[in-house]
Design a binder for this molecule. Structure first.
Ligand SMILES: C[S@@+](CC[C@H](N)C(=O)[O-])C[C@H]1O[C@@H](n2cnc3c(N)ncnc32)[C@H](O)[C@@H]1O
Length: 291
């Protein structure tokens, strides 16, 4: 290692975030995304951002905050910022028990309602879809459930995320082994083709999913999502504070058609967030119904 690189290493490591800088950066992130970074994550936060400060040639967190607020490249930097503060953990067929309840009760109910009304259309919204595993899983479940009848349905799955890198990955539809850690083998064999070390998802599955970069904190933008029969927002509101949770859940309520359902992650609930939905308890899952 040269003297030069070791001194750079030392300089980068010595950039610390002060309490005041942490609060200012945390409030800025909250204002822009609704994500609330807990004090406990301060040091994790510091190490994630330090690398970025080095890349930009900045020597303090105060300079970075100024950069985010005033630099001509601030819009592009927001994309990087969101990527550094979000957790994108996901997988195909995540939470099988919930998905069983979804298929056997929620989806069945909505499909029966639509058939009775002779409206062969279905809109699902996957809000906070990460790299696409969730909306693609929903598309696979629909293929399994409807079989050949699927060609007579107009199905649209709107899938959004705050992270551009995740949306790009989702659109590419190419996945490594670990994306299948919760996936039955038969499903992988049926809906994916091996491509080197990776797996490419079938066109039939991707066709009905529409990915867009979107911030759940921007309620005006959310109004562009077509009215949904079902909203999936799993493992997303866990990162929001109470007021952001309320705003986002209200947007879901407004978006849903009467009789529609909201599905949250297994560690999330509407307790203290909303009383407008009726919770319906199934083994392994709660579905929130808009009556
Ligand atoms: C842990 S992942 C969950 C992915 C998937 N729903 C699942 O349960 O497997 C959370 C996702 O929410 C996204 N997210 C966080 N805040 C968001 C916001 N304000 N607007 C849109 N997406 C957001 C993150 O970028 C991340 O990809």
């Amino acid at each position: 290692m040269s003297l030069f690189s070791s001194s750079i290493g030392l300089r980068k490591d010595s950039i610390r975030i002060t309490d005041a800088e942490f609060v200012e950066l945390r409030d800025f992130i909250y204002e822009k995304s609704g994500i609330f970074v807990d004090e406990k994550r301060k040091y994790l936060f510091e190490s994630r951002f330090r690398k970025r400060l080095g890349e930009l040639g900045l020597s303090s967190f105060s300079d970075y905050i100024k950069f985010l607020k005033f630099d001509s490249a601030r819009r592009e930097e927001m994309v990087r910022l969101f990527e550094m503060v979000t957790t994108n953990e996901t997988s195909f067929f995540r939470d099988q028990k919930q998905l069983d309840a979804f298929r056997d009760h929620v989806l069945k109910d909505v499909i029966d309602q639509q058939r009775a009304a002779k409206k062969m259309e279905l809109n699902i919204w996957s809000a906070g879809c990460s790299s696409g595993e969730e909306p693609y899983t929903l598309s696979i479940i629909l293929h399994e459930m409807l079989g050949l009848e699927i060609s007579r349905w107009r199905i649209r799955i709107s899938a959004n995320d705050l992270s551009k890198a995740m949306i790009d990955k989702a659109r590419e539809g190419l996945y490594p082994e670990y994306a299948f850690k919760t996936t039955p083998d038969a499903m992988r064999k049926k809906y994916f083709k091996q491509d080197g070390d990776l797996w490419r998802i079938n066109r039939d599955v991707t066709r009905m999913v529409d990915f867009k970069l979107m911030n759940l904190n921007e309620s005006a933008t959310l109004k562009r999502i077509p009215r949904s029969h079902i909203v999936f927002c799993r493992n997303v509101i866990i990162y929001f504070d109470e007021s952001m949770k309320k705003r986002v859940v209200n947007s879901f309520y407004d978006n849903l058609v009467p009789g529609g359902y909201l599905m949250l992650g297994h560690s999330e609930s509407l307790h203290k967030v909303s009383k407008t939905f009726k919770p319906i308890f199934h083994p392994g899952a709660i579905a929130y119904k808009k009556e």
